[in-house]
Design a protein around this ligand. Structure first.
Ligand code: GCU
Length: 636
């Protein structure tokens, strides 16, 4: 192509791009069950340019560029003098944080530009989305130089509608990801975990019919265990569209019509359903579709969807159970249950970095099962969807949390909007996973009026979005010395407790406060008649760091000290009558910029029961024995 033509083409693209940029991009949609839909993976090598001065977003006078930072310009020594060229840029693996892929990026915080070419064959009467499982922290997305969406939040998925910009044949996508921590971010500037940046989960193309199922909720009624209720929302559907839900194994199906809001209310009677539980993690195949009728005689013989017009069909696996709080007990399927758990960060065993793969999940949940857990606390943010899919299959109950962590700007409405967005995205993605029993709105936030108002708003929104689960948060607990000098009392009276169904409390007696003996002289005064989960406790130990044999007073940071701490803590926890669960901190060592002592921490938080290299510390077997002996289960 002659140079003049290239210049004309570039000018046209730039003009189009500028025009496209002037429109505020429609924000993102959220598809559900993407892992159960046909998709084209874009995982693999992406060209990546590290841009510490965000020069792709800002001019030299720090004005926001209208045209973004396009890699549409093949390097042309006679063309525009662009200061970038993806074709010659190195690559990064997607999914994956950039910090652990290149030594020069371990501490990097800022913008990285990702680019990938892809082929596409449009299909009539469909819409195509670019699905991003997670991008930490703030992203802008362009396809063929057109801006298609943007997203803030590092741990929830988003989907960009690219229907109008993809073309048959060759296309390319550019995504800028900026992991700079923000004072008005969620989370904010301080976190005790590594700020892993990048396209940290899967990226794919998902094509759906123009009318498609973009949200649904199917759950067992708390009051009638022979009724599955909920709704199916069909994006783009008129009122009166027929929606079908069927569970072939139960020979159950129903057809319902969408209302003016494109939502069909579902009420599906079921006979002799097998309830999901840790002992029986039963999952049913469920077909959800529209514009179909269901064949099958009155006797409900084999039920099959008969395909009519353009229809959408989701086939998924759902467990049906109920979870509720009654007094100080948590009831699973109407029976009291003690949550024997452990806290888990999304840190990849062995390689470290953000966990995203089936292998990461199998390793982490394998250790949790080995411990005898029937519950895990997924701290402090929504994990990869594989984690909760596996928890469904394995029968592990889950505490799922948004990163309202420590001291957010609780008086800033824009921050509340970000928390609400991330909460909605978490619930939308995971609301049909039986394993999730608790939604947590926060961790260790300062007890003040603005915070309590902010988090009460989030607790109310959680119930509005999902009334079928329990709402919790991990609270800090104040301590008072006993007047008679016999020890201390932990007082659980944080006003946020009023807004919660289950009270989570973090305590570090024997580590940050007092030594081992102090644990034995700690009592608890809980001002709520609600279930209590000791959501964090523990202490650091570097694997292989041992006290001299026979020591009765092991030094801190040794495996022996950590093991003794677990023994004393378990004895204390057993003395709390209303304790309904516990998730000690933490399953595996994880990288943190706050852990700075050389030779022991080396930028890792060492409270893991397992090292980041998979080595089990002595405390692992202490907790394992307590769980196997079910020492926390109370006689009925
Ligand atoms: C806090 C916090 C964790 C942190 C832990 C620790 O409770 O919730 O995120 O890692 O304590 O200090 O190790």
């Amino acid at each position: 192509m002659p140079q003049s033509a290239i210049r004309t083409l570039l000018a046209a693209i730039l003009l189009a791009a500028t025009a496209a940029h002037s429109q505020t991009p429609t924000n993102t949609t959220l598809l559900v069950d993407v892992d159960h839909r046909t998709s084209t993976s874009l995982d693999g090598d992406w060209h990546a340019i590290v841009d510490p001065y965000s020069t792709g977003l800002y001019t030299f006078h720090q004005e926001i560029r209208k045209d973004g930072f396009f890699m549409n310009a093949p390097f042309d020594p006679h063309g525009e003098p662009h200061d970038y060229n993806f074709a010659t840029a190195p690559t990064l693996k997607v999914p994956g944080d950039w910090n652990t892929q290149r030594p020069d990026l371990l501490y990097y915080e800022g913008v990285v530009w990702y680019q990938k070419d892809f082929d596409f064959t449009p299909k009539p009467d469909t819409r195509t989305f670019l699905h991003i499982g997670a991008a930490n922290y703030r992203s802008f997305v362009w396809v063929n130089t057109k801006k298609v969406c943007e997203h803030e939040g590092g741990f929830t998925p988003f989907d960009c509608d690219i229907t109008s910009v993809v073309t048959p044949g060759k296309n390319f996508v550019v995504i800028s990801v900026d992991d700079t921590r923000l004072a008005d971010g969620v989370p904010t500037l301080q976190t005790d975990w590594w700020n892993y940046g990048g396209l940290t989960r899967d990226v794919s193309l998902v094509t759906v019919p123009t009318q498609f199922i973009d949200d649904y909720d199917l759950h067992l009624s708390r009051t009638d265990h022979s009724l599955i209720e909920g709704y199916v929302h069909v994006e783009g559907a008129p009122a009166g569209l027929s929606v079908a839900v069927s569970i072939p194994e139960l020979q159950a199906y129903v057809i319902a019509k969408t209302d003016e809001q494109s939502r069909a209310i579902i009420s599906l009677p079921v006979k002799s359903i097998s309830l999901w539980s840790p002992e029986n993690p039963k999952l049913y195949t469920v077909h959800i579709s529209h514009s179909l009728t269901m064949q099958g005689g009155a006797t409900g013989d084999s039920v099959r969807p008969r395909r009519t017009a353009h229809y959408d069909l989701i086939q998924t696996q759902i467990g049906f159970r109920t979870i509720e709080a009654r007094g100080t007990q948590i009831l699973l399927n109407g029976k009291p249950v003690f949550l024997r758990g452990v806290s888990v960060h999304a840190e990849a065993p062995y390689r470290t970095g953000r966990a995203y793969s089936e292998k990461d999940v199998d390793t982490l949940l394998g250790w949790a099962k080995e411990l005898g857990c029937n519950y895990i606390r997924l701290a402090h943010y929504p994990h990869d969807e594989r984690m909760t899919r596996a928890a469904d299959r394995l029968g592990i109950m889950v505490w799922s949390e948004i990163p309202d962590y420590w001291a957010l700007q609780f008086d800033n409405p824009a921050v509340l909007a970000k928390s609400k967005q991330q909460l909605s995205e978490m619930i939308r993605r995971d609301r049909n996973k039986a394993s999730i029993v608790l939604w947590s709105v926060a961790n260790e936030t300062p007890n003040n009026e603005a915070r309590t108002k902010y988090l009460t708003t989030l607790a109310d929104l959680t119930r509005q979005l999902d009334p079928t689960r329990l709402v919790t948060a991990a609270l800090l607990v104040r301590t008072e010395k006993n007047p008679d000098g016999t020890g201390t009392t932990k007082i659980v009276d944080d006003p946020l407790g009023k807004a919660l169904d289950v009270i989570g409390t973090n305590e570090y007696v024997g580590w940050y406060e007092q030594k081992l003996a102090g644990i034995d002289h700690t009592t608890w005064d809980i001002h709520y008649q609600k279930p209590l989960i000791m959501s964090e406790w523990g202490g650091d130990a570097r694997f292989g760091n041992h006290a001299p044999a026979g020591t009765t007073d092991p030094a801190i940071w040794t495996e022996e000290y950590q093991a003794e701490l677990y023994k004393h803590q378990i004895a204390m926890l057993r003395r709390i009558p209303q304790l309904s669960g516990t998730s000690p901190w933490i399953l595996m060592d994880f990288r943190s910029p706050r852990r700075l002592n050389t030779g022991i921490q080396d930028n890792f938080n060492r409270k893991g029961l397992v090292s980041d290299q998979g080595q089990k510390k002595q405390a692992f077997s202490i907790l394992q024995k307590a769980y196997q002996d079910k020492v926390f289960d109370k006689p009925e």
